[in-house]
Design a protein around this ligand. Structure first.
Ligand code: ZN
Length: 166
């Protein structure tokens, strides 16, 4: 993967370790939009990455706070995988990228930012996009940009995934 230049990620690094877990805490927020939660299925949460590497950078996590793939019950793993492929299709429709990076970083030494709760990164890629995001590389612009992406994506995710908050 070519390194994308994402200077606003410094804010994330400087924010330091939040004692909570974003994948457990964000879905409980009253306002899903400000929490950037795009959809919830029976066992999976889909959210926009607050510190994206690219336009449409989405995170998918099982609702279960778990850091081993093998510890997920089959049904929850299946739900996660199904949601992953739906998410790729929605992002493909909306952004028409040239490709995607799909990745899961297991463990700190593999680069996991939140190592205790496993999650997929879905990053749309465009030809020459290593120079794409600096255009909007300012924190305030990024937040507006994120909400624009949210408003564009959320209805599609809602449609595609039956919301079941159990
Ligand atoms: Zn968690």
């Amino acid at each position: 993967m070519k390194q994308l230049w994402a200077p606003w990620r410094m804010a994330y690094i400087e924010e330091g370790k939040n004692p909570g877990c974003i994948f457990c805490d964000q879905p409980k927020e009253k306002d899903p939009r400000s929490a950037l939660i795009l959809a919830q299925t029976a066992h999976t949460v889909v959210m926009l990455n607050k510190y994206p590497y690219n336009n449409g950078h989405v995170l998918l996590a099982p609702k279960r706070h778990e850091n081993r793939l093998s510890s997920l019950p089959q049904e929850e793993y299946r739900d996660l995988s199904e949601t992953l492929r739906l998410s790729v299709e929605i992002l493909r429709q909306v952004y028409q990228p040239g490709g995607f990076n799909l990745g899961m970083n297991l463990g700190k030494c593999a680069g996991a930012g939140v190592e205790e709760h496993l999650h997929w990164h879905v990053v749309p890629r465009w030809e020459g996009d290593t120079n794409f995001m600096p255009v909007v590389g300012e924190a305030r612009v990024i937040s507006q940009h994120l909400l624009d992406s949210y408003d564009r994506l959320q209805p599609l995710f809602q449609n595609a995934m039956v919301s079941d908050r159990g």
